[in-house]
Every structure is written in C-alpha cells, then in structure tokens.
Design a binder for this molecule. Sequence first.
Ligand SMILES: C[S@@+](CC[C@H](N)C(=O)[O-])C[C@H]1O[C@@H](n2cnc3c(N)ncnc32)[C@H](O)[C@@H]1O
Length: 351
Amino acid sequence: MADTLTKLAYQALQQGKSLVGVAHKEVSTKLMELVAPQGAPKTRPIPPQMLMDLQAANSALMEIDWEEAEQGLYPTSLLFDAPWLDWAARYPMVWLDMPSTWNRRSERNVSDLPPDVESDNYPDYYLQNFHHQTDGYLSDHSASLYDLQVEILFNGTADPMRRRVIKPLVQGLRAFAERPASQLRVLDVATGTGRTLRQVRAALPQVQLVGLDLSSAYLRQANRWLSQLPDELPQLVQGNGESMPFASGSMQGVTCVFLLHELPGDARQNVIDECFRVLEPGGVLVLADSVQLADSPQFETAMDNFRRVFHEPYYRDYIGDDIEARLTATGFSGIRATSHLMTRVWSATKP
Ligand SMILES: C[S@@+](CC[C@H](N)C(=O)[O-])C[C@H]1O[C@@H](n2cnc3c(N)ncnc32)[C@H](O)[C@@H]1O
C-alpha cells in the first residue's frame, strides 16, 4: 500500500514537472515571437505519431526509474530529490535572462563570453554560448541557472535519464567485488553541477567519487550541492576530458553524461581514449547522451528541432556518429546500449 502511494506520488510529480516544462516553453516561445521575432527559430511541427511515441517512452522511463529503485539500486527517496526551494527562487532569473538569450540568437552571436576569460585555458570548441546561454559555461550566473534550465528543457526527466547510468555502473563494479567499496574510485567526466554524482552517491554511498569539468564556476556550484550530502565529499577537479590529470588505471568506473554531443568528433574520440586510459582493466565506462538517428529514427524531428532552437554546433555530427565503433576501436569490449526517452546509454568494459 505504501509502495503504491509512493509510486503514484512519483508519477504525479513527474507529470507535474512535465506540465510546467511544456507550459514554460509554450509561453516563452510565444513571447520570443512577439518581442524578438527575428531570433525565433524555425522549428518543424511534431507529427502526432511522434508525440505518442514520446509519451510512451516517457512512461517507460518512469516505469524503469521506479523499478530500479524498487530493486534497491538506489533509494526511492532519490526519485523526489531536487532543490525545490532553490529552483523556485531562481525561476524568475530564468525569465530575466531570456532577453539577452534572444539578442544573441537574433545577432547569431555565439561567442559572447565574460571579458576576463583566459581563452588559452580552454579548447576553441568550448569558447561558445552553448544553448545560447549567457556566459557559456564560464560564470557563476550560468552555473546557477543550468540545472533548472535543463530540468525545463527535458520536462523534468533529466535526472530519471541520468539515473540510467547507475545500473550498468553498479553491475560493472561487481568485477571488483572482492575489494571494499571504499577502495573503489568512480570518475564522472564533465560533471558540470554534479547532478550525476549526486545520483551515483545515493546508489554507492561508500565508493570514492571524483568529478572533472573544464568550468570552475560549474564545479563551485557542484561543490555547493554535493557538500550538503552526509557521505564523503566527492573530489572535484578542473580539467579537460581530453587529457585528464589522473594516473592510468586509477579508476574502476567512469561515467560521462551529456558531454559527447558538445564535442567535435576528434575531441569525442580523445575523451573516449582518456576514459579507457584512466580505467583499471576490468573497469566499466558508462556514457549517456542524446539518442541518435540510428537507434531512434522516430525522434528525428525532435533532434532536428533541438539543433534549430539551441546553439549546439556539434549535435548534427553527433547524432550520426557511431559511438560503438569508437568504443570498439579504442579497445573496449562487452559494449551494450539502451535508449531511455531522449537518452542513449552505452556501457563497456576495459579488458
Ligand atoms: C551539457 S553539460 C553536462 C553536465 C552534466 N554532466 C550533466 O549531466 O548535467 C556539459 C558539461 O561539459 C563540460 N565540458 C565541455 N567540454 C569539456 C571538456 N573537454 N572537458 C571537461 N568538461 C567539458 C562543460 O563545462 C559542462 O559542464
């Protein structure tokens, strides 16, 4: 009985988030068409069949999210975990930030970054306003709005999609079952504000967690969220996923969520190569990113619209990329992939 009520509460929460996300996008799009029509993106209408497919995939995501909590892979409380008060307080800032986003879009200005950014510290492909967002990834302001913006973009499904890395990660770490959990290290590449680390921490309270990202502002935000958790504080390191400051074979698990689509092809390969290098033989890599044309052709219009609405310069290349071939070429084995709504999850082992 208690389980049924909790499940109903979870479904109601997800439906509520979805309604808020859809309503926010409807209103903000109408406002942009009115106030800044020259910047309004030309999107393709979503076919009715695709809407039905999206709804079915959303229900399947909620079901698996619930089932894996029931199986004990992570606590049920994680399904309700979000900084609600903080998001409510920040929501007006999302609206206040919109006019500058529309301006950049109208002017096709994608390099509007803070003047004090030391560009030599970053790869060229990084120095852009991804999603047209203010300051790109390079300010505390951007980091403070990011989680809420992603939550709205995915209609509240961002964390359920991120949680799909937990099962393959936990299964992969069984290769080291003879070691105490406290001696295992899991690295989250491009951890951003640490939402994935937060999910992983709930599932694996004793393993050592490390988060790497190029943005010190995003890492500061991650530190704020993660330091509220009771378990050992994850280590947060500023660095490039293409050349990570970790010893070879020093990690037993590596995750990487929503990074690959923001990289040019050669950087994508470099990151996969680096994940291979830092893993100990027997270790597991779990990647999560947008679905692609080959696995989810029914969502082609949604993928195309995403690219039209947001500045995502490498997305078109990414959705046609063969990630399995890259993993195989790098030396990974046991490659598996599954899709969950708009996210594809790959797991692979270093032999
Ligand atoms: C779309 S966000 C994803 C963040 C996080 N994984 C999540 O699930 O929300 C992309 C992140 O990748 C980081 N990033 C981009 N290129 C990177 C690179 N070459 N090395 C490390 N981090 C990078 C950005 O700073 C940003 O935090």
